[in-house]
Design a protein around this ligand. Structure first.
Ligand code: HDD
Length: 750
């Protein structure tokens, strides 16, 4: 169940969607009046600044705030000023020598305005450029106390968080639903300083050593000559790299699975990928892997939906995240850890814990929940927060330390270095979104964009001039712990341990853990992606890799490509499948799902009202689709036949059988007469057809059942002809718990 307040918010939100046709509400001002059609003439009272709109505190060498006025608050005053605070009379006309004359160089406002605009863009992130983020809170269960001293994991402790989700390959303006890995980066503003868990939705990585990161990214990014394709892995350089560089095969099969096209950020798992070292109060250490488990389960799009969405709504995931939060359906994840003894070998059950292309199946080491994260607030300003947030794997609190994983070691350099270009200097930690929520007392000084007005004269240690401040902390004052791990006496080498040579056993483990329908999707994904390559050699080489993962997989893809299937070039291992890797066959809460409801002026409005209430009560969002905008009786219409497309909905309920409206395109079988599909508005038929193809629940009641008959879907799995609106929704709700009507997919790969 949803808390009553959340559902009320959803009702409010859905009601606001009625006003889709008027200008959007002032962001972040809940409950404010809708804007007037006329331009306002009197200034409105300034909105109170939000928490994140304050300037970073000015800190003295003793750690105390100076009490200096906060000057950089969000710009909320009634009157327009220059950047120097001078009020302006006119910002629409440049200063000219007469109405028809040339513009004067002396126009300081013009020059300031254009100068600033000219420099509004900063470099996008070199990877993970496209993202969306939200604020929230993490609450610890207190179950990790034995293994780590980290204060934010103590029982009941609540910590502010900011989470940025992203794709990896695309530019900032690319589509959300492309097949790619997703970033899942969390900044915990803990009382012991910031902790960044910079993870992905896939638990392994392409490469084992960070020195290859530029190479894998060069291969995945668009081709350097024509700069295509954007945000895709379906091209020659990507497959050239992964087929030659076989340690990437494990990550790649995850990409080709449904994990590569999440339904929502809210339905993704997150992984810290590397093994970390935890240190407890007594100084004892364990090795650990971090996992985020979404409360809504792991759900994905169907490939055709993902492709349609890239055109119809490139912002699909971003919109979904913000809509859900604003509707009160707050996304939640449990943070869990897999814990391993810190042995000199740094392995567990024969799996090398320092190899980031390997997982430890949950069946061997259970994920133990340590706390819960709830995202409950959208950003106030996208640029200030989402673009300027700077994550770094080296932002660690006392109690969490790194391991020698060579991928992690390279990241420890990269994340600081990249911010110097991206955020224009070394002071990015002073940007409000990056500021720790505890006093900072470093001895870092000066540099571009210095915001702190540091007092004192002695930013060095030891000193006698500032009373010896700042002092170094010890265990009692919660200082960071560098775990005193023994470093083996060894030679300097550019080499990997032998265990890193196993590139296939876990890709095979993944394949063997999939259900038939998931295997079918993987086959199709490889066939699609390799089918987009031009070079025959690359396809053949990748088929050789697939042969080493599984002969059936290899054969099916080879058939699709019209190529012979090669034999494996090494013995196949037979790993025990890990059921936890499959995302099919379980049941999950359906909170926050979108239910499309087709109706028209002839529909039973009483039943419709009842249906909407039931959908809200179940914590879902009903979207009424009608031939026209405005209202159906008392009920607000959210989508018209012209604006609705199936990919927006998780399920479809038909309350009417609308005849083709005058603005519909002609139907192909227009001669089929009153009983055929052509008797239904073709856009409604398309909704049904697509929802059916994408294995979504479909229900009809009243006149709506006729649509099921006419489109030929009646009587097929997951299609319900119900006697009443409530019965229709009850069935839809039942079907949604499994996310999709899986039986509808052909599953030729057993
Ligand atoms: Fe990375 C960004 C995740 C390996 C270098 N990475 C970035 C982001 C995520 C990850 C989620 C976006 C953060 C945000 O939202 O601002 N990266 C990973 C994971 C990896 C990984 C899970 C492997 C386990 N990354 C990796 C390596 C290197 C980098 C090996 C370099 C040696 N990553 C970067 C970067 C980025 C970045 C260039 C781009 C923007 C930024 O850091 O701030 O430094």
């Amino acid at each position: 169940g949803k808390p009553a307040k959340a559902v009320k918010n959803m009702v409010k939100n859905a009601a606001e969607k009625v006003s889709d046709l008027v200008a959007p509400d002032v962001p972040g001002s809940p409950g404010s009046e809708p804007p007037s059609l006329e331009e306002p003439t009197a200034p409105r009272e300034p909105l109170p600044p939000k928490k994140e709109q304050g300037a970073p505190p000015v800190v003295t060498p003793t750690g105390a705030e100076t009490g200096a006025p906060v000057t950089a608050q969000g710009q909320q005053g009634a009157y327009l000023t220059t950047a120097q605070g001078v009020r302006l009379r006119d910002t629409d006309h440049s200063l000219k020598a007469g109405e028809r004359g040339p513009t004067l160089l002396q126009d300081h406002h013009l020059r300031e305005k254009i100068m600033h605009f000219d420099h509004e863009r900063i470099p996008e992130r070199v990877v993970h450029a496209r993202g969306a983020a939200a604020h929230g809170v993490f609450e610890a269960y207190g179950t990790a106390g034995q293994v780590t001293r980290a204060g934010f994991l103590k029982k009941g402790k609540k910590t502010d968080v900011f989470v940025r989700f992203s794709t990896v390959l695309g530019s900032r303006g690319s589509a959300d639903t492309v097949r790619d890995t997703r970033g899942f980066a969390t900044k915990f503003y803990t009382e012991e300083g910031n902790f960044d868990l910079v993870g992905n939705n896939i638990p392994v990585f392409f490469i084992q050593d960070g020195i290859k990161f530029p190479d894998v990214i060069h291969a995945g990014k668009p081709h350097p000559d024509r700069e295509i394709p954007q945000a895709q892995s379906a091209h020659d350089t990507f497959w050239d790299f992964v087929s030659l560089h076989t340690e990437a095969q494990h990550h790649t099969i995850w990409n080709m699975s449904d994990r590569g096209i999440p339904r929502s950020y809210r339905t993704m798992e997150g992984f810290g990928v590397h093994t970390f070292r935890l240190v407890n109060e007594a100084g004892e250490t364990v090795l650990a892997k971090f996992h985020w488990k979404p409360q809504l389960g792991v759900h994905s799009l169907v490939w055709e939906e993902a492709q349609l969405l890239a055109g119809l709504d490139p912002d699909f995931h971003r919109r979904d995240l913000y809509d859900a939060i604003e509707a009160g359906a707050f996304p939640e994840w449990e943070l869990g850890i897999q814990v391993f003894p810190d042995t000199p070998e740094e392995t567990f059950e024969g799996i090398d814990l320092l190899d980031p292309t390997k997982i430890v199946p949950e069946e061997l080491a259970p994920v133990q929940p340590v706390g819960k994260m709830t995202l409950d607030r959208t950003p106030t300003n996208f640029f200030a927060e989402v673009e300027q947030v700077a994550f770094h794997v080296g932002h660690l609190p006392p109690g969490i330390d790194v391991t020698n994983d060579p991928l992690l070691q390279a990241r420890l350099f990269s994340y600081l270095d990249t911010q110097i270009t991206r955020l224009g200097g070394p002071n990015f930690a002073q940007i409000p979104i990056n500021c720790p929520h505890v006093p900072v007392n470093d001895m870092l000084r000066d540099g571009f964009h210095q915001h702190a007005v540091h007092a004192g004269v002695a930013p060095y240690r030891p000193n006698s001039l500032d009373g010896g401040n700042p002092f170094e902390a010890g265990d009692a004052e919660n200082a960071f712990v560098d775990a005193p791990v023994e470093v083996a006496r060894s030679r300097k080498v550019r080499a990997n341990p032998v265990s890193y040579d196993d590139h296939y056993s876990q890709a095979r483990l993944f394949w063997r853990s999939m259900s038939p329908v998931e295997k079918e999707h993987i086959v199709r994904a490889y066939t699609f992606e390799l089918g987009k390559c031009y070079e025959q050699t690359i396809k053949e080489r990748q088929l050789r890799c697939l042969a080493n993962i599984d002969p059936v997989l290899c054969r099916q893809v080879a058939t699709g490509l019209g190529l012979p299937a090669p034999e494996p070039d090494r013995p196949l291992v037979e790993p025990e499948p890990s059921p936890a890797l499959s995302q099919v066959g379980k049941e999950w809460p359906a909170a926050g799902r979108m239910i499309g409801i087709v109706a028209d002026d002839g529909a039973d409005l009483g039943a419709l009202a009842e249906l909407r209430t039931a959908v809200f009560a179940a914590g879902m969002v009903p979207l009424l689709i009608a031939p026209h905008g405005g209202m159906l009786g008392e009920l607000p219409v959210q989508r018209t036949f012209a604006t609705a497309r199936s990919v927006e909905f998780d399920a479809l309920v038909l309350a009417a059988a609308p005849a083709p409206a005058p603005d519909a395109l002609p139907a192909r079988d227009a001669k089929a007469g009153a009983g055929g599909a052509a008797a239904v508005d073709p856009r409604v038929s398309l909704l049904v057809e697509e929802c059916w193809r994408h294995a979504k629940a479909i229900a009809g009641f009243g006149a709506g059942t006729a649509v099921l008959e006419r489109t030929g879907v009646a009587g097929t799995p997951g299609v319900v002809s119900a006697g009443s609106a409530t019965d229709a929704f009850a069935e839809v709700q039942r079907l949604l718990a499994a996310h999709r009507v899986w039986e509808r997919f052909p599953a030729s790969v057993a």
